[in-house]
Write a protein that binds this ligand. Structure first.
Ligand code: BES
Ligand code: MN
Ligand code: ZN
Length: 486
């Protein structure tokens, strides 16, 4: 989608739709004042009668507004001026874009800025346009949403326009992969996407196939893959953005392209959306794409562990004892706790790259969704300062995340009678944390933060700013962390 700056004021702009931002309890922005003047005081009348309030995400469509060149205007509420942040900018722009995208449009113009917006709000708002106008109807003859030919955004400089577009594209890249059905997206085809994207944006890319994974002793990841006819892959992407070697940032993603649960089979209802179990890997790929396109002057490595968790004749079994790459032995108590087994080996490979710090992202546990709900990611760490850095970045871009404790007692629960550790805790209580304690066994003391995105990775129901499906969550946070990486 082309993103440009407006060449005319809001009243004279002959776009298909103009979108106007309104604050709760005023004041009117310059664009709103101009709109009000051109329409002979229409805005003031609507606001005065409380038909329009400026409350967050409240949307009103005006058809053929008098004195306005565009045939349609959408008024979008931004909430109170003092509470506006980048997350509101993102979601408000996305909500308006989603509404406008119900029909095919050549041009849609956005006037949300009141002349005071700093660059980060512009960037996230522009990203919101690309996000909101893209749907999940990849395989419908009759589309529900149509990305615009051109989006016009008011108030941003060239660099913010370009950055916002890269952010939006990268989030959509992750969403697209999540939305692809498992029949199309499996470890091999995910790896092919990664290779193509790496080539397009200038990342170096290494793919480990089954044979290489065997040679590299990734016994934990390989065990999960055994039940599937689709062989596993490990993808390693590298961004070398600076000539002199700075500290390396490692991003690690869970890429279970379909999670049937294995022999500990999931009930049908829980299995339905399990094409989304590769959302962590998709977020890593989306973030690496953005980091490369933004040419950030840093060193980043992105690792994606790709497997399908199935029940084929060679499937790994309860009671099996696996040996991970670092030599740790793992007793399998539940084949549906497969994500941690995949990440165990991938984290080992990450540690060998000698990163200064690691972030992993995984749709790891239903327990995290029980704890924090569908919209909030769980943060778990072995390094308080590193966790705080990520939490602050998430807050800045408006992605909710909340830290869960990593008390040593939780680690006691994964001790095994026959092996070093087992792959589940005692009972299901605190399941998000026992899973994180398992992962901690494989980071070898490297500062590390784990994001459990089981809740926010997939929207089962539509929201004002998303039609449903993959959300591309935490791509924006990862990029924000990378932009502040020293
Ligand atoms: N992929 C699931 C976690 C999940 C659940 C993601 C719901 C998104 C929505 C994971 O592999 C899993 O099955 N975890 C088990 C762990 C348990 C067996 C210890 C779970 O949460 O039930
Ligand atoms: Mn599972
Ligand atoms: Zn899973």
């Amino acid at each position: 989608m082309k993103i440009t700056a407006p060449k005319k004021p809001i009243a004279e702009l002959a776009a298909d739709v103009v979108v106007l931002g309104l604050y709760e309890n005023g004041p009117l922005s310059a664009a709103a004042t101009e709109f009000n003047r051109a329409t002979g005081g229409l805005l003031e009348r609507l606001l005065g009668r409380d038909d329009v309030s400026g409350k967050r995400y409240q949307m009103t469509t005006l058809l053929a507004p008098p004195g306005i060149a565009a045939p349609q205007a959408i008024l979008i509420g931004l909430g109170e001026r003092a509470k506006l942040d980048a997350g509101v900018a993102f979601r408000a722009a996305a909500a308006a874009a989603k509404a406008a995208s119900a029909k095919s449009r050549k041009q849609v113009a956005f006037f949300l800025d009141d002349g005071t917006w700093p660059a980060p709000l512009h960037e996230q708002g522009i990203a919101g346009i690309l996000f909101g106008s893209e749907g999940q109807d990849l395989y419908r003859a009759e589309k529900k949403q149509f990305p615009f030919g051109e989006a016009i955004w008011s108030g941003a400089d060239k660099s913010a326009l370009a950055t916002g577009a890269i952010l939006g594209e990268s989030v959509n890249l992750a969403r697209h992969l999540v939305n692809e059905p498992p029949q199309e997206l499996y470890p091999e085809s995910f790896a092919e996407h990664a290779v193509a994207i790496a080539k397009e944006c200038g990342l170096s890319c290494e793919v480990w196939d089954q044979k290489r994974l065997e040679k590299e002793r990734c016994g934990s990841l390989l065990a999960v893959a055994r039940g599937s006819s689709r062989p596993p892959r490990l993808v390693i992407l590298r961004h070398n953005g600076s000539a002199k070697k700075g500290p390396l940032l490692a991003l690690v993603g869970k890429g279970v392209t379909f999670d049937s649960g294995g022999l500990s089979l999931k009930p049908s209802d829980s299995m339905l959306t399990m094409k989304m179990d590769m959302s962590g890997a998709a977020a890593v790929l989306g973030a690496m794409h953005a980091i490369a396109k933004l040419k950030l002057p840093i060193q980043v490595v992105g690792l994606m562990g790709l497997v399908e968790n199935m029940t084929g004749p060679a499937a790994y079994k309860l009671g099996d004892v696996l040996t991970a790459r670092n030599g740790r032995t793992i007793e399998v108590h539940n084949t549906d706790a497969e994500g941690r087994l995949v990440l165990a080996d991938v984290l080992c490979v990450a540690v060998e790259q000698k990163p200064a710090k690691i972030i992993d992202l995984a749709t790891l546990t239903g327990a995290c969704v029980v704890a924090l709900g569908l919209d909030v990611a769980g943060l778990m760490t072995n390094d308080a300062a590193w966790c705080e850095t990520i939490s602050a970045a998430a807050t800045r871009v408006g992605e909710p995340a909340w830290q869960l404790p990593m008390f040593p007692e939780f680690g006691e629960q994964i001790k095994s009678e026959v092996a070093d550790i087992k792959n589940v805790g005692e009972g299901r209580w605190g399941g998000a944390i026992t899973a994180a304690k398992f992962l901690e066994e494989f980071v070898n003391g490297t500062p590390w933060t784990h994001l459990d995105i089981a809740g926010p990775a997939f929207a089962e129901k539509p929201k004002p700013w998303i039609g449903g499906g993959g959300t591309g969550c935490f791509v924006r946070t990862l990029v924000e962390v990378a932009r502040h990486w020293k």
